[in-house]
Design a protein around this ligand. Structure first.
Ligand code: NAD
Length: 651
């Protein structure tokens, strides 16, 4: 898709309004149209479309109390209903702000009629005529507004944007449903993709976390022999890849990006079935992988010179299962771009996606010695690779515990050049959001639901701890429970699913046992009602965890990262915000932290005290600015410079 799913010129919306009016008026037996407009031209057009012979019950106009009355004073022979929003300040504020934004827009009729520099003819110009004039200028009907950058060009000259799918488009959804049906029983394979030798290990099944009965494929894990020959091959291939001109390395990464982009539709069922991703998450994942390849290619094209930028040599890339394509590809792309040769160890749960990525990179011209895949367990394959003296650097994304283990192993030796072995580790943390009583509850709840429960909470940046000012807590939690109740937990092969499974039965067991511990301590755990039979059938079928909201008595009760759809909530008194922020900091490194407030001092206080990589500030102004300060880690705003970028992978 190369455009936006909305009109980028107002005249198109005006024409669409008239087209809808015509259709509605043509079905008087089925519909009683009510036209709410403050635009004089639209009102006249509706009357003309309806014809001169008005019959009662044919249609009516509607006018917001206090607005457009001068216009409707002119209409005597058609009914006009005056309407007024009724309710409390809380329920009406968002509506009123939306009206202000709409009517305040300088293309709005209400705004233009007050502009004395506009002539009458201009004010009441027929939108059909406007569109025809534009079409004559552009050579086609419906072309987008030239001042609005199209999605493929959003990154300007830096790189092309990746392509997604419009999941609001019925034809796209029908295509996807067909694709999923056709791929339902396709099986994939992953085995060590090594430059020398033949892998010999036994095949093991890979199953869908949403449905144990679905065999997604088979994997052959790397044996000690496979690892030895891969390490030898990498050592032999290192000099040639390091000497390959940066522009040439970049070209191959870009070719791999093009392949992954072309394979989008084929990769989606695989991501959904192997990693339990929803379709929307799977689309985002492919796009992020494509973008990583292009981003790092562009970096080395711009800045690299083989004489001054000397790569490390063989590096090991160890990735997690929660972004089996994006993080896997991101690490590999950064290392390859800088001229290193790579031994890639994907997570044991997601070898099939990793193999698909490696095949795309090989097909795009990355030599087999420069990139080898070694599927297998962390404790065996991962640990052995990291400990090997031939390995000159490690890129790791995963848990803090494993990062510490790797750090300890690497601290025991030096690189060939006598330097400490670089370890680039991106790990987990406790991500907190502070919501005070000035926040707009609707906006806060929307953010909370997507941050805590999208991807079944299996993002390193997912919200784990919601700190809400006590005065606002009951109302916010009431609305939050209502919103969570609406989410659909289920098999992501069904496109209606909002939340899929967690990655495996072990993960589900850990999350449930954490909830039982809190419950035993007297903490209230709320979960949406699924119906006993649906809950039982889901848990029998796959590793599903029903989302949970748990109230804590103190931040200290959160002892470790709980990687699933569990939101912890803490109520704080207004005068203890500073102490609450200190307690959040005391949990260790926070990957992300957010604040919802309308008070500038609170923004300053939270931003000033936050010890987190990404800060998210929402001032709760409807339709207005949200600030994100990116640092590293996947998630908030797509690809940004990662800690493991090419510049950190040099000698
Ligand atoms: P994990 O640490 O269990 O595993 C990550 C990888 O390390 C896997 O490939 C695993 O096989 C390997 N591994 C495990 N033990 C090893 C050992 N002893 N030696 C070498 N390798 C070993 O993490 P996970 O469960 O796969 O992923 C979830 C974690 O990843 C969460 O903590 C999450 O916060 C973190 N994460 C961080 C980021 C980020 O960008 N900061 C992104 C995604 C996930």
């Amino acid at each position: 898709q190369s455009g936006y799913p909305v009109y980028t010129r107002k005249a198109y919306t005006d024409v669409a309004y008239l087209a809808c009016a015509r259709k509605l008026l043509a079905a008087p037996d089925e519909v009683y149209p009510q036209f709410a407009t403050h635009n004089a031209h639209t009102m006249a057009a509706v009357q003309a479309l309806a014809g001169p012979d008005y019959t009662p019950g044919q249609y009516e106009f509607q006018c917001l109390h206090g607005m457009g009355e001068a216009l409707y004073d002119q209409v005597h022979d058609r009914p006009c209903r005056i309407y007024a929003p009724v309710g409390t300040h809380e329920t009406l504020l968002a509506y009123l702000v939306r009206r202000l934004l709409e009517n305040g827009a300088n293309t709005s009729f209400v705004n233009r009629i007050a502009d004395e520099s506009l002539g009458l003819a201009e004010l009441v110009q027929d939108p059909v005529q406007t569109v025809a004039t534009l079409a004559a200028q552009d050579g086609c009907v419906g072309s987008p507004h030239p001042a609005i950058t199209l999605p493929p060009d959003l990154y300007g000259a830096a790189r092309a944007n990746s392509r997604g799918l419009d999941l609001a488009d019925e034809r796209t959804l029908a295509d996807l449903a067909r694709r999923f049906a056709a791929d339902a029983s396709r099986t994939w394979q992953a085995e060590p993709l090594i430059a020398r030798g033949m892998p010999q290990g036994p095949w093991q099944p890979v199953r869908n976390p949403a449905a144990a009965s679905d065999l997604v494929g088979q994997v052959r894990e790397a044996t000690l022999d496979d690892m030895q020959s891969a390490l030898d091959a990498a050592t032999m291939a290192a000099a040639a890849w390091a000497a390959t001109p940066p522009a040439e390395r970049a070209a191959r990464l870009e070719a791999a990006a093009a392949r992954l982009q072309d394979e989008l539709a084929a990769l989606l069922p695989l991501l959904v079935r192997e990693a339990g991703k929803t379709c929307a998450n799977a689309v985002a994942e492919v796009r992020e992988a494509v973008d990583f390849l292009r981003y790092y290619a562009a970096e080395v094209r711009r800045d690299f010179d083989n004489a001054s930028h000397v790569p490390l040599g063989p590096v090991v890339c160890i990735s997690p299962w929660n972004f089996p394509l994006a993080i896997f590809t991101g690490q590999v792309a950064a290392a390859l771009a800088a001229g290193n040769v790579v031994l890639a160890k994907p997570a044991e749960q997601t070898p099939l996606v990793a193999a698909a990525a490696v095949r795309a990179l090989h097909a795009a011209g990355v030599p087999r010695g420069a990139l080898q895949l070694l599927p297998g367990r962390g404790e065996t394959v991962g640990a052995a690779l990291v400990a090997d003296a031939r390995v000159q650097g490690v890129l790791f994304t995963g848990s803090t515990e494993v990062a510490r283990l790797l750090q300890r192993t690497l601290s025991r030796r030096l690189t060939a050049g006598g330097q400490p072995v670089p370890l680039i580790a991106e790990t987990g943390g406790q991500n907190a959001l502070v919501v005070d009583s000035s926040a707009l509850v609707e906006q806060a709840v929307a953010d909370i639901v997507s941050s805590a429960f999208d991807s079944a909470g299996q993002r390193c940046s997912a919200l784990r701890l919601l700190c809400v000012q006590e005065e606002a807590a009951d109302r916010l939690l009431y609305m939050l429970r209502g919103a969570v109740q609406e989410l659909r937990l289920g098999d992501p092969r069904e496109l209606a699913t909002d939340i899929g499974p967690v990655i495996d039965a072990e993960a589900a067991g850990l999350i449930e046992s954490h909830l039982r511990t809190l419950q035993a301590r007297g903490r209230r755990v709320w979960r949406p009602a699924l119906g006993a039979s649906r809950a039982a059938s889901l848990t029998a079928q796959g590793s599903f965890v029903v989302p949970a909201v748990v109230e804590l008595a103190s931040v200290a009760e959160l002892e470790r990262e709980v990687f699933g759809p569990v939101l912890h909530v803490l109520r704080y008194p207004r005068d203890r915000l500073a102490q609450t922020l200190e307690q959040i900091n005391a949990t260790g490194f926070g990957l992300t932290q957010g604040v919802h407030t309308r008070i500038d001092e609170t923004v300053a206080q939270v931003v000033g005290m936050a010890r987190a990589g990404n800060l998210y500030v929402n001032r709760n102004i409807v339709g207005a600015v949200v600030g994100v300060q990116p640092f590293g880690g996947e998630g908030l705003s797509g690809t940004g410079p990662k800690a493991g970028g090419p510049l950190n992978l040099l000698r």
